[in-house]
Design a protein around this ligand. Structure first.
Ligand code: KG4
Ligand code: ZN
Length: 347
């Protein structure tokens, strides 16, 4: 089975050809729009949508070329159907629908979050159920993955996502965008104990997160220093990475207590590329005699292979979509989940 996966929900235009047999990834091309957005210090939705429109066709052609196949070899076309910046999602969904219609193969609308959730099964044999820490630029959730399309949310953020905390921290420290990799790099030279930062929500019941207080505290430390020396910047980056990590570990530990039946702890999403966090999650899993698994770092950040793979998993269960599927700006994995205790909840 060969599936084309298209990802356009944020600032990466991505296309991949994925198979259900080894080697599973035949092509996986990601075109970053970083340069277009950098002058604005964040992703500008209108610029993102236009850039997807400009680049997607060519990228799909290159992915097919690299995979050494023609469009007629595809068994299905999968695209991110949401959640995300709606202009970009529309571009990807329309391209996928047109190809599926022209070739007479199924179209599959993939929930971007399910794409992240299932990536681990592209590389490893991880059975359901597993506890999933989903940490990206737009989302920060703990879920029990019970099966394809079946997720039970145990916790979510009441304000910022973990990736946002890295990105806003990096901006405050003048380290550029995206912040996660920049903070991880700077933190290698820093002492995490030199500056004291808060750990919001730690010790509280449940598995919800909060990061906005951490950003405010960091802003105050930076302001107090005036213009931080490189050594201060490294120490602050290390302190931020450690504080975010402490929050993620504490909340994940609570979630493990809420779902005693799982044998695997999985991390996914861009922040799961962080090597310090991966080591800490591995240690946490070992405490409970669980297995920790995460996708390779380059499959943690947005890519087309994760969408193609989720397409394969859905296709195997006969979960295909009609050409009347409407792109969704919001699309929670667990629609029945209660709102977290706090305002501005991200679903
Ligand atoms: O999953 P992703 O590529 O896009 C979304 O779906 O949001 O996640 C992007 C987020 C950004 O906030 C970025 O700063 C963060 O993941 N990130 C990292 C690392 N690599 C990417 N955060 C911490 N450490 C990293 N190495
Ligand atoms: Zn993502």
């Amino acid at each position: 089975m060969l599936v084309l996966g298209i990802e356009t929900s944020c600032d990466e235009t991505a296309a991949a050809v994925v198979s259900d047999r080894a080697p599973r990834i035949h092509a996986n091309l990601v075109l970053s729009q970083l340069a277009e957005h950098r002058p604005y210090g964040g992703v500008v939705p209108e610029i993102a949508a236009r850039a997807h429109l400009d680049h997607l066709d060519g990228l799909i052609a290159r992915a097919l070329d690299e995979a050494g196949i023609g469009v007629d070899a595809l068994d299905a076309v999968a695209a991110t159907g949401g959640p995300g910046l709606i202009g970009g999602v529309i571009v990807g969904v329309m391209a996928a629908k047109a190809m599926a219609l022209a070739r007479g193969v199924p179209f599959i609308a993939v929930n971007h979050l399910e794409g992240h959730a299932l990536t681990v099964r592209l590389e490893h044999d991880v059975p359901f159920p597993f506890l999933l820490l989903l940490v990206s630029g737009g989302h920060c959730q703990l879920l029990v993955a019970e099966g394809i399309g079946r997720y039970r949310r145990l916790g979510t953020t009441i304000d910022d996502a973990a990736g946002e905390a890295f990105d806003k921290g990096a901006k405050l420290l003048g380290l550029g965008f995206p912040g996660g990799p920049a903070i991880e790099r700077a933190a290698r030279e820093g002492n995490p104990a030199h500056f004291d930062l808060p750990r919001p929500m730690i010790g509280r019941a449940g598995a919800d997160f909060s990061f906005s207080g951490l950003k405010t505290a960091l802003a105050q430390r930076v302001a107090a220093l005036g213009s931080p020396e490189p050594a201060d910047t490294a120490d602050l980056a290390a302190a931020l990475q450690e504080a975010i990590g402490d929050c993620l570990i504490d909340r994940t530990r609570h979630a493990l207590g809420m779902c005693k039946s799982v044998r695997h702890l999985v991390a996914a999403g861009g922040v799961a590329a962080n090597l310090r966090l991966r080591a800490r999650l591995e240690a946490l899993a070992a405490e409970s005699e669980l297995t920790f698994v995460a996708p390779s770092p380059k499959l943690c950040t947005d890519n087309g292979a994760m969408i193609g793979w989720a397409g394969i998993e859905r296709l195997r269960e006969g979960l295909i979509d009609g050409l009347d599927f409407a792109p969704r700006p919001r699309w929670p994995l667990d629609p029945k989940a209660p709102r977290a205790a706090g305002a501005g909840v991200k679903a």
